[in-house]
Design a protein around this ligand. Structure first.
Ligand SMILES: [Cu+2]
Length: 379
């Protein structure tokens, strides 16, 4: 914690130890430099070339080479400095969503600060006396729809009474990218790609937990649509909003939480049941990739794949002959999505995963350790 620790008041009577650091699958975390008692971060707004799934290139805008931008995690009471540089071809400004900071740090162009020109820099400084799931985003609406969003978690000074073993962050975004284009259409009102942390199913990296652990997932939505996020096989409590922790007497069991535009919702549950549990938006069109009108016939092979359980010709690129577009089609491409986190999933699993969708894998300790071993070998 370094110099920032001096700003912490010792909790009167800590109920539990602080929770684990936040993990954001598919999105890097930003490490601060400690400078004279400040946690100093460098954020660069810039064009980012990425892929939502392998073979679906996208040219959006993000931060430090990532869409969404890197995750920042600090502690309540910290002094935070963000050195922000604009490498975009137009002016921008960063808004700190939900932060109680001075007007000049708020990022609202025309009210609190001037726009930051291309090549320009702005230094944000905050003393954070709040906690919760916050986020940063461009304060230009069209730039939001190019991808300019990032997670900012402030851990509480006094740990919450219910301690979690795992803490995940998932950012929800939607995109209009027509065939043969790589640049999002920011004027569109209809969207054909939806992402968790910049990836669509089946490329969203699963979240791994051991049976019996308590899990928090922080969901943040910044786009044009509201997303009812549903978890299979488990009941959860909504324990926090974009403004911090909810009092426990306001918690009740749910398994679908509506995350509206500009909202954050923290959910918590005890992972009692072994399994590969889907976490996904339940809007039918948000469980698909590349929604467009059909422009050609579906091949015989793909029809056969759809209607023959256990027959997956699309695993073989030679046989992949889809002339139209693959929305709502049972397509399996397991071999494309092999990573340690997908180890041991049943054959054909990729056919079930599309759009705004990921997996919570509740594993035995043995399976969990095996995957950690695979991750180490890959690193
Ligand atoms: Cu949705």
């Amino acid at each position: 914690m370094g110099a920032g620790a001096a700003l912490w008041a010792a909790p009167a009577k800590p109920q539990t130890a602080p929770g684990p650091p936040v993990e954001t699958p598919d999105v890097p975390k930003l490490t601060p430099k400690l400078v004279d008692g400040w946690k100093e971060f460098r954020l660069v707004a810039e064009p980012v070339h990425t892929e939502f799934i392998p073979g679906r290139p996208v040219d959006g805008w993000g931060f430090n080479g990532s869409i969404p931008g890197p995750t920042i995690e600090v502690n309540e009471g910290d002094r935070v400095r963000v050195i922000f540089e604009n490498h975009l071809p137009e002016p921008t400004a960063l808004h700190w969503h939900g932060f109680e900071v001075p007007m000049t740090m708020d990022g609202s162009v025309g009210l609190g600060q001037d726009p930051i020109p291309p090549g320009g820099q702005f230094v944000h400084e905050f003393h954070l006396n709040q906690h919760g799931t916050l986020f940063y985003h461009s304060h230009f609406a069209m730039q939001e729809m190019m991808g300019m969003l990032g997670l900012f978690v402030v851990q509480p000074k006094v740990p919450h009474a219910t301690k979690v073993d795992r803490d995940f962050g998932i950012l929800l975004q939607e995109w209009a990218i027509l065939p043969n284009n790589t640049v999002p259409n920011t004027m569109a009102m209809e969207f054909n790609w939806v992402t968790f942390n910049g990836k669509s199913g089946p490329d969203s990296t699963p979240m791994l937990v051991k049976q019996g652990e308590r899990v928090r997932i922080r969901l943040v939505n910044l786009g044009m649509d509201h997303h009812p996020i549903h978890l299979h096989g488990n009941q959860f409590y909504v324990t926090g909003t974009e403004a911090g922790r909810k009092p426990e007497h306001l918690w009740f069991p749910e398994n679908t939480v509506l995350v509206g535009v500009a909202q954050a919702r923290d959910i918590e549950f005890d992972a009692k049941h072994l399994g590969e549990w889907m976490l996904h938006c339940h809007l039918p069109h948000h469980m698909m990739n590349q929604m467009v009108s059909m422009v050609g016939p579906i091949s015989k092979e793909s029809m056969h794949a759809m209607h023959t359980p256990g027959f997956y010709p699309l695993d073989d690129p030679e046989k992949k002959k889809i002339l139209g577009y693959p929305q709502d089609m049972w397509m399996t491409m397991d071999s494309l999505y092999q990573k340690p986190e997908t180890y041991g999933l049943p054959k054909g699993w990729t056919g079930a995963m599309m759009g705004m969708m990921s997996l919570i894998r509740v594993l035995t300790p043995e399976a969990y350790d095996k995957i950690q071993q695979l991750k180490k070998e890959k690193a």
